[in-house]
Design a protein around this ligand. Structure first.
Ligand SMILES: Cc1cc2nc3c(=O)[nH]c(=O)nc-3n(C[C@H](O)[C@H](O)[C@H](O)COP(=O)(O)O)c2cc1C
Length: 461
């Protein structure tokens, strides 16, 4: 299948197909009564919902494409704007029928709506490479996958991603008790950041919730503040079992878990470790072949309402969690620790303590940054800090993966590295695999390009 939605961001676009897609969309919109003015109204409502505006006003980016739609004058060049318009206004079924790329997760959905299932788009046949790879002691197809994120939070999503060729999937972090998400909105594109962060403190990042990056653009960066919501274990254990059942033999599911104490005062080390272990055992009993410990969340709110630093910065707590969980799980269940980017001394101090108990290390998580709207207020109201991922964190991920592998060799450890952070195209996946990662995963990239696994299979396998 070709890629008619590309805007020229490093992707060859066959003109006849774009023409056919625009013509098809124009026909379908007319048949559905979706005129330019109707879509302008829907876009105004969607943007008002995302940005929290009191008075909905049609966004300027919708003007030209809706005017041209009404005059029947749409052409190839309108496709990127048309995709933005239709994705923003919830016309996913219509888009999916044409095979164009659009973000797999709808920004206007709140967490509950997003759990219903993926809006698409889907490939008719799972892309597969000949050959197999070993990840965490299991044989898998080409080792690209999607890490813990809202796109892996239900069996329906896992099945969808697996069908699009993502073979190493980490079920979104779950807890031992139900936990509500942070307030809407929770996820946004960051169009202003197109280059990786350099060393040192990350800059203040600008993003408005209704911002957009063209699907498939390898320079995509995103920011999120979900706060690790979790359904009740009675719900997620059944769903994990369903997710395991829907995968092919050469696909692997990890289940990400997190523990907590009662939230009062300083973290109670053993209480947190025990809760991690309890949740891991629930995941194992549900059929998870591998459990991943989320030691890296940058969006957890403390009892005072502020954002807590990731657990892995606390070596004592992290070691207690890893040791307690390893003891609680059967020896045939894989154990992975998910880390955030840590500086040299922090990683060198932590890794020898946890590595003997681990089958894998997954890294990196999003990078905690100050994230603000164009008007200087927090992008996610009340939460001035949020996680940033995608292209922005690519160099940090490369550098961290290289250090992990050096420390593994120096210590004679055997864990696999599951690398992530800025995998948005085949070249960025290849860079991490060439360093020595056993597999790579992509959250931001797979959101912006649901066909990313196919491109990797075609170019790299
Ligand atoms: C919207 C969103 C939600 C995420 N939620 C989780 C989570 O629940 N648990 C976790 O371990 N990582 C979570 N992550 C982090 C990703 O798994 C990944 O480590 C990070 O985004 C870097 O990959 P990327 O650059 O491909 O996005 C989330 C990332 C995003 C974008």
């Amino acid at each position: 299948m070709t890629d008619p939605s590309a805007s020229g961001a490093g992707v060859a676009t066959p003109v006849p197909e774009r023409t056919a897609v625009v013509a098809e969309l124009q026909r379908e919109l007319r048949a559905a009564g979706l005129t330019g003015s109707v879509l302008r109204g829907l876009a105004a409502a969607a943007v008002a919902r995302l940005d929290g505006a009191v008075e909905p006003a049609p966004p300027s980016w919708a003007d030209e494409v809706t005017t041209r739609l009404d005059s029947g004058a749409l052409d190839d060049g309108d496709l990127p704007a048309l995709v933005r318009l239709l994705a923003t206004t919830g016309q996913h079924r219509l888009l999916a029928r044409t095979g164009v790329r659009f973000p797999a997760y709808a920004l206007t959905d709140d967490v509950a709506a997003a759990r219903v299932g993926p809006p698409g788009p889907r490939l008719p046949v799972r892309p597969r490479a000949t050959g197999s790879w070993e990840v965490l002691g299991r044989r898998v197809g080409f080792p690209i996958g999607v890490p813990a994120c809202p796109m892996t939070g239900t069996a329906a999503w896992v099945q969808y991603l697996a069908g699009n060729g993502f073979n190493v999937l980490t079920y979104k972090t779950v807890r031992s008790r139900a936990h509500a998400a942070n307030a809407f909105p929770n996820w946004a594109f960051v169009p202003g950041v197109r280059e990786p962060f350099g060393p040192g403190a990350p800059p203040v990042v600008r993003a408005d919730p209704s911002d957009w990056v063209t699907p498939g653009d390898p320079a995509v960066t995103s920011t999120n503040s979900f706060g690790v919501p979790s359904p009740d274990p009675g719900v997620w254990t059944e769903d994990v079992a369903a997710a395991v059942r829907c995968l092919a033999e050469d696909q692997l599911l990890l289940v990400s878990v997190m523990g907590e104490d009662d939230g009062e005062g300083p973290a109670q080390l053993q209480a947190v470790a025990d809760d991690f272990a309890r949740t891991a055992v629930l995941a194992e009993a549900a059929g998870a072949p591998v459990v991943e410990l989320n030691l890296s969340c940058p969006n957890t709110l403390g009892s005072g309402g502020g954002v807590r630093p990731p657990i892995c910065r606390d070596a004592e707590l992290t070691t207690a969690i890893v040791e307690t969980t390893r003891r609680a799980l059967s020896s045939s269940t894989g154990l992975v620790a998910k880390l955030s980017w840590l500086d040299g001394p922090a990683l060198a101090g932590l890794l020898p303590r946890i590595a003997p108990h681990l089958d894998g290390v997954a890294a990196i998580n999003t990078v905690q940054c100050a994230v603000q709207r164009a008007d200087g207020t927090p992008t996610f109201p009340g939460r001035p800090l949020a996680g940033v991922s995608g292209r922005a964190v690519r160099d940090l991920a490369l550098e961290f993966t290289a250090r992990l592998l050096e420390l593994r060799a120096a210590g004679g450890h055997r864990f696999d590295v599951l690398a992530m952070g800025g995998v948005t195209d085949p070249a960025s996946a290849a860079a991490l695999l060439e360093l020595g990662a056993a597999g790579v995963q992509s959250a931001t990239g797979a959101w912006a390009d649901p066909y990313l696994a196919r491109a990797c299979v075609e170019e790299l396998a």
